[in-house]
Design a protein around this ligand. Structure first.
Ligand code: F3S
Length: 390
């Protein structure tokens, strides 16, 4: 891979150890994927923030990088951590909280924005055709497919290295020829709600490998439903984008169909319990938009969450600030609107949560392993009906 004179100086350690190690990570990555150069990025988004998923060794690396004066050169947002300060933070052991807060301190020292959300595109929408280095697979697929930005699916370390250098290797989704559709998915049923969009993503992720699909026949589309599709597609597969509104010449490409029974069986497989009142009803994977919060408030206003369960609605601080009136309604009904965190990256077992009901196919897929919990997957309306009526 060709490095400019300036990049070579960084690579040789003339600009300090932190910059050198980051340049080495990017150069190695570029070599692996046959990139010929580095290209500037407009922003980075770093995952691997929760101490629960990160562990001690990566946390020590972050500290070393921050101590060596690693500093982000471009706007860089952060994924959720393992608790929020107001609710879960009070319930978890001090030792875990300390470890988590130390991780955040290192990121802050490196100049990252304490966004702590997996939907950073609600804070600032990336421009179409802008090059990014984002980790968090749900956000990667969403911004490539819905917002028209260009990013590979970075890992936490490569996104951080790109943030510190301000560049990323030019390969994969940064090249127009790799963004062409290679398969046509014909939807032979009418998708009714966000959970079915998620189920579609889980189903397709398993069969597409890394092929970019044109998904034809989607109706009742909204940004929030596409967000569920993006998150789920990235959960089971390596596809980094999809087309849902494609009008160019597509040539002679492979074709598959999806029928109602495919979605039904996916939802059934992702629901592992028959328990009628789950310990937790979780909405907000990926983190809720203002529209979703408004809808939840409308469904919960003047009602009360049943004893024996709890409702968590996860979003970013940014969104929460903008829909204060709705937050009040949800909290008055007994729901908890949590920022900075999500169920999957928190210690739910430690909080006595063994069954989780959610409208998110991604959470339903991960919860049995990452939360050691049984799951129920159902649309938002049904989740809240369960919470309010049992
Ligand atoms: Fe976000 Fe957690 Fe889901 S990070 S995409 S809410 S698993």
């Amino acid at each position: 891979m060709h490095l400019t004179k300036e990049e070579e100086r960084i690579y040789n350690g003339e600009c300090g150890w932190a910059n050198q190690i980051c340049m080495k990570i990017l150069a190695r990555l570029g070599e692996l994927f046959n990139a010929t150069k580095l290209i500037p990025i407009e922003s980075a988004h770093v995952s691997g923030v929760s101490y629960k998923t990160l562990g001690d060794a990566p946390a020590e690396f972050l500290q070393t990088l921050a101590d060596a004066h690693g500093k982000a050169k471009v706007k860089t947002t952060l994924n959720p951590q393992s608790f929020d300060t107001e609710y879960l933070g009070r319930k978890l052991p001090e030792s875990l909280r300390k470890k988590q807060l130390n991780i955040l301190k290192q990121f802050e020292k490196m100049g990252l924005t304490m966004s702590l959300t997996c939907t950073p595109y609600y804070l600032e929408k990336p421009k179409p055709d802008s090059h990014l280095a984002w980790a968090e697979s749900s956000a990667v697929v969403y911004v490539n497919s819905v917002l028209g930005a260009w990013t590979n699916r970075e890992g936490g370390p490569s996104a951080l290295a790109a943030a510190i250098i301000g560049k990323t290797p030019d390969y994969g989704m940064h090249k127009a020829e790799n963004r062409k559709p290679r398969i046509l998915v014909d939807i032979k049923t009418t998708l009714q709600n966000e959970t079915e969009f998620g189920a579609l993503g889980i189903h397709l992720g398993k069969i597409l490998e890394d092929k970019i699909p044109i998904i034809q026949g989607l109706n009742n589309i909204s940004d929030e439903k596409l967000k569920q599709l993006a998150a789920a597609l990235a959960t089971t597969g390596m596809t980094n984008m999809f087309y849902y509104d494609y009008h160019q010449e597509r040539g002679n490409i492979e074709k598959i169909t999806v029928e109602a029974k495919d979605l039904k069986s996916t939802i059934e497989i992702l629901s592992t319990t028959e328990k009628t009142l789950p310990d937790l009803i979780f909405i907000g994977c990926p983190h809720c938009s203002s529209n979703e919060i408004r809808r939840i408030a409308r469904l919960m206003v003047n009602k009360k969450v049943k004893a024996g369960t709890q409702v968590w609605v996860c979003t970013s601080r940014y969104v929460k600030e903008r829909v204060r009136d709705c937050i009040e309604k949800i909290e008055k009904s007994g729901g908890h609107v949590l920022t900075d965190v999500c169920t999957v990256v928190s210690w739910t077992k430690m909080l006595g949560i063994n069954t989780i009901m959610t409208n998110s196919a991604k959470t339903a897929f991960y919860a049995p392993t990452l939360n050691n919990a049984e799951t129920l997957l159902a649309p938002l309306k049904q989740c809240l009906k369960t919470a309010l009526e049992g």
